[in-house]
Write a protein that binds this ligand. Sequence first.
Ligand code: SF4
Length: 558
Amino acid sequence: MDINTGPSNAGAMESQPHTVVTDEMVADFVFCPRFAHLKWVQGESADSGGADSGEAEETRASTSHWLSLTRMSWDALGVSVGIERIEYESGESLPVRTCSVGRAEGATASASDAVALCIQGLVLRANSHLCNAGLLHCEGDGTTIRVSFDEKLLAQAYDAVFKLREMLAEPCAPIPLAGEDKCTDCAYAITCMPDEIAFMEASSRARASLDEDASRQAEVRRLVPARDDRLPLHVQVQGAVISRKDQVVEVRVDGKTASQVRMIDLSQVCVYGNIQVTTQAIRGFCSSNIPVCYFSRGGWFYGITQSTMGKNVLVRMAQYDVVTDPDRALSISRRFVAGKIRNCRTLLRRNCPDCDQTVLSGLSEYADRAISADQMPSLLGIEGAAASAYFGSFGKMLSSGAEFDFKSRNRRPPKDPVNAVLSYLYSMLVKDFTVAAMAAGLDPYAGFYHQPLQGRPALALDLMEEFRPLICDSIAIRLVNTSALKQSDFTSMGDGVAMSDEARRKVIAAYEARLDSLVTHPLFGYSISYRRVLSVQAGLVKRWLLGEIDSYSPFCTR
Ligand code: SF4
C-alpha cells in the first residue's frame, strides 16, 4: 500500500459529512464496543480509578503528556489524533504512545494500543510524514515495543473507525462482553453490570423455557470492591463551618478546628441545620463528585448540591417515557411494593417469635397480590393494607423490657420516640437513594410509583421501598431493644417529639454501620455492603429503562 493512500473508499467518504473520531475513541472501541458507547455516547463517568481501555488514559489525563499532545487530523477519514511525541528514525516518523502498565519481555502491544498507534500513523501519513511503525512506551517497566503498521493492522484500524462511527449513531449500547477477563479491571464495571445482565438474561430465558438450570449456570463475578472505602461526613453542630484547604476538608466550631478529613476519603457531606459551607469547599466537592446533602436540624432532607446532572440524557428520556406510560410504570411499581412487603414479612418473622401467623401469611398474600395488581389504585390499596398489618405487629418486635413501645405509625410530626427514629432514618435513606439515583444518571424526582410532586424525590422514594424494613426498621428495633436510646434522648415539642443531638448521633452512627455491613445479594450471590447494594439496585432500574434487562428485581432477603 502506498504510504499516503487511505482505504479504497476514503475518497467517497470525503464528500459525506461524518462524525470526527479520535484515536482514543477508536482504542476504546477496540478494547470493548460497549465501553466506547458508555463513555462517548452516553457520557457515563468511570466508576473508579480502575483500568481504562488504553491503560494509559488515566496517566495521560493526569500528567503533562496531555498538555504536550500534538493535535493532527485527516479529514478524509474523519479522524483527529493527539500524539504524545514523534521520534525520527532514518527519515521516518514514529508516533509514541504511553501505556501505564509494564509488559512482560517479548510481549506485544494490546490490540487497542496497536490500533491507536496505527491511527496516529495514518494521520501522520496524511500529513506528509513517512510512517510505517510506532512505539508503545510501557511506563510500568520502562520497556518500549515497536508496532509495525502491516496490512493486517491497517485493515483492523480502518475497520474499527467505520464500525465505531456506526456504533456512535446507535442510541443503545452494545451488549456487554460475556465472561471476559478484561471486565474485572474495567472502570465502567459498576455502570455496565456485564455479569448481572447476563445472569438476568439467562434467568429470563430459563423462565421462558422452564429450564431452571440455565440461570444457575450463569456465574456472576463481583466486579467491584465489596465496600466503598470512602465514608460520609455528617456535621450537625450548629454554627459549624466547613472549609477546604487543598485536599483537606476542615470543620471548625467556634473558630477552632473540630475535625479534618481528606477529600479522597469522603463519599458525601451531610449538613444538618445552620452549618456554613464555604465556596472553596463547594467547588472542591463538585469537582471531586462529592454530593453535599442538606437536612433541617430535625433531619428533614430537603436538598443536594452536586457537580452536574449525569450526562446520559438517553437514560433520563427513557425514564420520563416510563413515568408517562401507565402500564410500564405499574410493572416496575408492583416489584417495588411486592419487595417491600416481602421484606416486612421477613423482619417480622425474624424478630417476632410469637407473631400471629395470620399476619405473616397475610403479608405473603399481599405480596402475591401486589405482583399481579392490574391498576395503580389497587396496588396502592394493597400496599396500604400490608403496611397496616405490618405496623400493627411492629410493636411486638420491641423487647418487653424496652423503654419505648409502639402503637401505630405516625409522622409529620412523629408523636412518639420510635416514630421519630423511623422518620429520621427514612429521611436518611431517601437522601442516599437520591444520591444513588443521580449517580446512575437518573432523575431522582421522576418516580413511577410515587407520583411526581414539586420537591419530592419520587424515584428515591420508589427505590427505597424494599429497603425500609431491611435498613431503617431493623436499626430502630435494635436501638430500642439494646437500650441505646433512652427517654431522656427525646423531648416533646407541640404535637410531636424531637430527638436530642446525642440521640441523632447514635442514630446516624447505627445507620452508617448498617450501610457498611456486608450482605449477600440474593440474586447475584456476591457479598457487598448495603451501601453498594443501593447503587446496584439503582443500576438495575437504569438497565431496565434502557431495555437491557426484562424486568427489575427487588432486593429481598430470606
Ligand atoms: S465491564 Fe466488560 S463489557 Fe462492560 S464496558 Fe467494561 S469491558 Fe466492556
